[in-house]
Ligand binder design. Structure first.
Ligand code: SF4
Ligand code: SF4
Length: 223
């Protein structure tokens, strides 16, 4: 975990290397699980259609403390292509939590708070409004009828908070077919992450490591 944290912070151009397709060379040089176990991995990812879970992607999660890690989310946005299937909107569920800004913005768009309230329930414990699901704003032919003012959660979907066991990587909802395709497409990128982790581990074992550069000293200080 410490190595992954360090890797996340230093982010040694991993996003650029993945963007340039450098993993292909590495994959051709030595066997890797993403090639050897591709079918099994694809089967696991496809389970997302029926079983709820999230998938970690080989891209660094956004972290406001380290500006360069925003590159991961940028590459994700460039590559992600919504299939407009509407599954994330019309699937029944527990509801979609509205942020305070969402509530005000959508109310203004509808012309009244009363209209929005009729489509929500209030969670007293959390003190938040929950939009009922399936989403009342979804129209099968038009799609989202409040698209310009849709809730923040909708603008970020299929990104979910990172997994506990992979806290420095982006995570997506496996229920989304476009997210599943992207997860399959980027499996080979893990070889770049793993190479970085191995290199950092080697350096951490070396007595020279703590003094290599000022930045490294700073980054390792709180490990
Ligand atoms: S489930 Fe995924 S692909 Fe389908 S509409 Fe939602 S974001 Fe797009
Ligand atoms: S608000 Fe729009 S994008 Fe969000 S779930 Fe409803 S229909 Fe989908």
């Amino acid at each position: 975990m410490q190595v992954k944290k360090l890797c996340h912070r230093l982010c040694p151009d991993c996003v650029g290397r993945k963007r340039r397709g450098e993993h292909r060379d590495l994959l051709s040089q030595r066997p890797h699980w993403s090639v050897l176990r591709r079918e099994e991995q694809h089967r696991q990812i496809d389970l997302g259609e029926r079983v709820p879970f999230d998938i970690a992607l080989p891209l660094p999660a956004k972290d406001r403390g380290f500006a360069d890690t925003a590159e991961g989310i940028e590459l994700f946005r460039e590559m992600f292509s919504c299939q407009r299937c509407g599954r994330c909107c019309f699937t029944p569920g527990a509801g979609l939590m509205l942020e305070k800004g969402d509530y005000e913005r959508i109310s203004r768009f509808l012309g009244s708070r009363k209209k929005l309230r009729a489509l929500c329930r209030y969670d007293r414990q959390e003190g938040v409004w929950i939009l009922k699901q399936p989403c009342p704003f979804y129209d099968r032919s038009m799609g989202c009828t409040i698209y310009p003012v849709r809730p923040l959660t909708c603008t970020q979907y299929p990104l979910h908070p990172p997994l506990k066991e992979m806290p420095f990587h982006l995570a997506v909802d496996a229920f989304c077919p476009a997210a599943r395709s992207l997860a399959k497409e980027t499996l080979g990128w893990w070889i770049i992450c793993e190479n970085n982790w191995a290199r950092l581990l080697q350096n951490m074992d070396s007595p020279r490591f703590p003094a290599r550069t000022y930045r490294d000293r700073e980054m390792t200080a709180d490990l």
